[in-house]
Design a protein around this ligand. Structure first.
Ligand SMILES: Nc1ccn([C@@H]2O[C@H](COP(=O)(O)OP(=O)(O)OP(=O)(O)O)[C@@H](O)[C@H]2O)c(=O)n1
Ligand SMILES: C[C@](O)(CO)[C@H](O)COP(=O)(O)O
Length: 223
């Protein structure tokens, strides 16, 4: 919509401990380019072409700048320092937002995000305040209890992805809360501030690169 400011906070401040690679997974190569470049490119080339705020651990700022130079990566972005947990990295990214607008938070390590999902997430957030991308469970689901396990209705189970998109005032207010260990994503932070979360249909290809085998899968999806 004309006059509306769009942002994408790309969080890449993690160390990738489960990947067990020499460099954090957001810098590993996928089809000869770092994972992070695919992710930024997806948002930059989207219809709303948001201002990109990239959050990386301070230790990797120069490393990233060198990568940009080697790969001739020129998409404009603001580089911000990461924090202890994902929560703190998002909070740092939010400090860079000066004008109200619509803010997507996206994991640096979800490079296979589609244009369709990005567009529908920004659109819904603009209309109703938030949009959290999710996919319905494909498998049967059981919950482990103190006494055994219990079958859950999978029609009611959704797996949450990113982007998670919000009106900036909603997201900034939510991130004024103290950190809690159950804040594993932005939706959990915003929900605790009293806002109802609205899901939108995601894509099973929008995987989060977490373990070594995920690199091959992402490579296949991007080819
Ligand atoms: N302090 C942190 C921790 C995580 N992230 C980012 O949040 C996203 C999702 O986190 P995850 O996949 O858990 O990444 P890591 O924390 O790097 O991985 P691990 O948990 O295996 O150490 C990633 O893009 C990661 O870089 C971040 O910006 N700042
Ligand atoms: C934000 C997220 O990607 C939504 O699925 C997820 O919660 C990140 O979790 P992680 O433990 O930091 O990988």
């Amino acid at each position: 919509m004309p006059g509306v400011k769009y942002y994408a906070i790309i969080v890449g401040g993690g160390s990738g401990s489960r990947m067990q690679s020499d460099i954090p997974k957001q810098f590993l190569l996928l089809n000869n380019r770092p994972v992070l470049m695919h992710t930024i490119e997806a948002f930059h080339s989207s219809a709303v072409s948001p201002a990109i705020i990239l959050v990386l651990s301070k230790d990797f700022h120069q490393y990233w700048k060198d990568l940009c130079s080697v790969h001739k990566f020129t998409i404009p972005h603001l580089l911000i320092s990461g924090g202890q947990q994902r929560f703190h990295s998002v909070k740092n990214g939010l400090q860079a937002i000066t004008e109200p607008g619509i803010v997507a938070v996206h994991d640096a390590v979800r490079p296979c995000i589609s244009q369709k999902v990005i567009a529908s997430a920004y659109k819904q957030a603009e209309e109703v305040g938030n949009a959290v991308v999710a996919v319905k469970s494909r498998d049967s689901v059981r919950q482990v209890t103190d006494t055994g396990t219990v079958s859950l209705n999978r029609e009611e189970i959704y797996l949450i992805q990113t982007p998670q998109v919000f009106r900036s005032e909603i997201l900034s207010k939510a991130y004024e809360q103290e950190y809690r260990s159950e804040f594993t994503d932005d939706a959990s932070v915003v929900e605790r501030s009293g806002v109802e979360i609205r899901l939108i249909e995601g894509d099973t290809k929008n995987l989060k690169i977490t373990y070594p085998e995920d690199i091959q899968v992402a490579q296949a999806y991007l080819s």
